[in-house]
Ligand binder design. Sequence first.
Ligand SMILES: N[C@@H](CCC(=O)N[C@@H](CS)C(=O)NCC(=O)O)C(=O)O
Length: 137
Amino acid sequence: MPYKVTYFNITALAEPIRFLLSYLNIDFEDFRFEREQWPALKPTMPFGKVPVLEIDGKVLNQSTAITRYLSKKAGLAGSDDWLSWADLFFVAILDYLNFMAKIDLLEGRPKLKALKEQVLAVPQIKAWVAKRPADNP
Ligand SMILES: N[C@@H](CCC(=O)N[C@@H](CS)C(=O)NCC(=O)O)C(=O)O
């Protein structure tokens, strides 16, 4: 498979990438590793960090740069009045932010709640969320 996402077995910074690949209907290898595997993998990653996205063996790094690149492919770089890559990024990372903050960051923010519903209703995103591992933030 030409596309491979490498990250810890959580959502966090990789999830916006997974959202965008799903939105683009691109099949990808979702390579997740456990904490114990990280010391061996770290020296092989650019700047010793993940997530990385490989496309045909070419390694891309930095989650914002990766999502910006994919957003251009998806036509979500800003010309669509209804949805942009930043919306996908925000909703994709929200569960992790809530988990870390231990509060619901959308409480009392109906417009952002509506945005979340809008993104989660996109058929490709809905399909991704339904099939991703359920037991990780
Ligand atoms: N600016 C980078 C930050 C990447 C980053 O900090 N990744 C963390 C996981 S969220 C990591 O690789 N931590 C392991 C380590 O630093 O050893 C990005 O947005 O991709």
